[in-house]
Ligand binder design. Sequence first.
Ligand code: B12
Ligand code: SF4
Ligand code: SF4
Length: 224
Amino acid sequence: MNLLASIEERLAPHGILLRGAVSFDEGEGPPVGDGFARIVVLLGNVGGSVWQPFSAWRKSQPDGGGVHPLDNWSRAVIQPIADAFSAAAYYPSDTPWWPFQQWAVKAEGLQASPLGLLIHPEYGLWHGYRGALGFAEPLRVSAAHVRDFPCEGCLEKPCLNSCPVDAVDPASFDVKACRSYLSSAAGQSGCMIKGCLARNACPVGEAYRYPTEQIVFHMRALDI
Ligand code: B12
Ligand code: SF4
Ligand code: SF4
């Protein structure tokens, strides 16, 4: 079995999928040991794929998984795999931030929706990244680039007309307006329990929509 297939097999019970790979020239990638990665393999969730395994882990933890349980779970799952394969592990919550979205654009050919979230032709906006593995040696990885960009043919763009405070705009995301709405009574009974109305308005990937508990979890994690 090749390296990536072995990694895929170890990640599968946790609902984490391989989400493409980015190759780097010598010295251009993120650090691995004393050198730099020649390839970074992205690991992510598709729809609610991680929710059950993550929830089960959380219940098994005396502290419920800590203050940032999804980040802690991601490390608990991914770090042993990185160690077993002599890879470096990178996480979306690491600071300074690794450029996960830039990597994803290169890895799978995804493009940004007007919300800033990358859209996948099948999963829509219902996918994310849990980590990445960096290898010092180049690996041969078959490219799985998506060609369709759903936003191109979406003329009405309902995502842009659904935010109650017009926080979303293709040029920028008004984090302040969003946060202040979320902390209001209307926000608490709206987006905080229903999820971001702009993200919900997108018709692509309906079948991959996160389960309600996961949506509420992510909204609370925004740390309003
Ligand atoms: C800071 C941050 C936030 C902040 C501010 C976001 C903002 N738009 O300003 C807050 C807390 C508000 C936030 C909110 C959310 N976020 Co956020 N966030 C991040 C984080 C940690 C860092 C982003 C960053 O600045 N990176 C630094 C730069 C150097 O990296 P970058 O890859 O170059 O990213 C920038 C560019 O790629 C650019 N970009 C976007 N698309 C494209 C396309 C092209 C072609 C190019 C060149 C650039 C580009 O946007 C990024 C800057 O915001 C990333 C994780 C990560 N490490 O990347 C998640 C991340 C971007 N967030 C994510 C998500 C899902 C959300 C939420 C939906 C959370 C929720 N409630 O469920 C909301 C939605 C907000 C929105 N409409 O954008 C996902 C996006 C997944 C995807 N499908 O694209 C990420 C990747 C985390 C993850 N684990 O998967 N987020
Ligand atoms: S509603 Fe249309 S424009 Fe907005 S993210 Fe979905 S496909 Fe793209
Ligand atoms: S969470 Fe609500 S307020 Fe924030 S961008 Fe989405 S729709 Fe707008």
